[in-house]
Design a binder for this molecule. Sequence first.
Ligand SMILES: Cc1ncc(COP(=O)(O)O)c(C=O)c1O
Length: 486
Amino acid sequence: MDLAINLDRISTTPLYQQLTEKIRLAVLEGKLKPNQKLPSSRSLAKSLTVSRSTVTQSYEQLESEGYLETRRGSGTYVCHQIPDEWLQSTPIEPVISKTLVKSCLSQFAQNLTSIGNLQVSEPDHAISFRYGNPAIEYFPMQQWRKFLIRHCQQSPALLNYASDAVGYYPLRVEIANYLGRSRAVQCTPEQVIIVNGSQQALDLISRLVLEPEDWVAIEEPGYLGARYCFMGQRANLQPITVNSEGIDVSVLNKYHQKFKLVYVTPSHQFPTGVTLSLPQRIALLQWAQETNTLIIEDDYDSEYRYGEQPIPALQGMDRSQSVIYIGTFSKIVFPSLRIGYLVVPQSWISLVSRAKWLCDRFCPILEQYALRDWIAEGNFERHIRRMRHLYNLRRQVLIRAFQNYFGERVTILGENAGIHVMIRIKTVLSDDLVIQKASAVGIGLISAREYYLLPQHQGEFIFGYAQLEETQIEQGILKLSQILNQ
Ligand SMILES: Cc1ncc(COP(=O)(O)O)c(C=O)c1O
């Protein structure tokens, strides 16, 4: 049997260690299966042109870790009993060779390597309080199918290249009307630019605005998807405390550096859920105008408010073209639709359109046609009303369960809006231990710790509830309280 393994002979990592890592990875990725026989140390050494002791050292190491086993008189095998969950849960990080990075990759690529795991793989749990997922099983799929089919049958032209990078004009009209009605956003359809989700909006704006070492003010704690885009441009990040009124504008005023932009989630701060108060909104707009700073307003889940009136978007209050507004259909329709939008000042339209064209020419058209009709025929706002009702029930069950099982030991933040809450739990256990113990009883939890730039916070967790049945929510919080009360 041949093992295709490349060893980096310039690297400072010893060859036996590289070989050990590669074989371990091959086992974890399932490329080498349990009970599979490995080549003899002699033949592997020959094919890799390394010394035999390099291979034996590596085999011995993997044997001591339980990946390999020697069968007397027969040879070396992949261990026959590697637990399944071990095979799935190990994050498989591509090894990026330092020599390659230095020799041919751009500064941007090197910036990317300094960002942590973009997509954290979370093991499956019976009850996962993962945030950000809507209740996709309630999406009217049959109805959606009809809208897709309608356009598949009627509009063969939509199979061709689109003439406009900024999106299907009638969809932009619907979005502009909806935003005007429900969020007091002031824009023409031309100012609405369709993108592949808010993530693309954040990436495009970061690339258009930021130079290395520019300063960006971000909410503390804040959204990683935005932070990573700014890091990709090697910007300096300045965390600004979020208090009960949202980002603290008086703190912004204390800094002497020139900020290029400030990123905010005013209607439902991510992840604390605080709403930026009216006085703070006015102060932020004034500060942006005086300091000539761009505001990115990410309005990711403003549709879900329970009881209170939605607060109008910052964009609609802006008189100095300081605000770029971002919205998404990920939370209302479904995340894999990958349709979001930017609302940009008039003077930005052509620039953003060029950046979008260079990036991917335009977003897929069929879904834009279907979405346009789906909105125009009233289904979008009907679906929001229906989901708001469902999420409100789930939210109430979550809050009641916390009150019943934890009482004074928890503080619930941001429960009046969105589809997650942030919970402060009084416990002596570290976040990692809480997560581990919860995982052992089938509950997936996310600590808020990594959403802070400054290291300090323990005992804060983000609870997404939209995707969970009421009984799962109740059960999950009950089990959690049992673990933490032990
Ligand atoms: C603050 C924030 N913005 C935006 C998004 C949505 O991103 P996208 O439109 O790329 O799916 C999320 C998703 O969780 C979010 O938490």
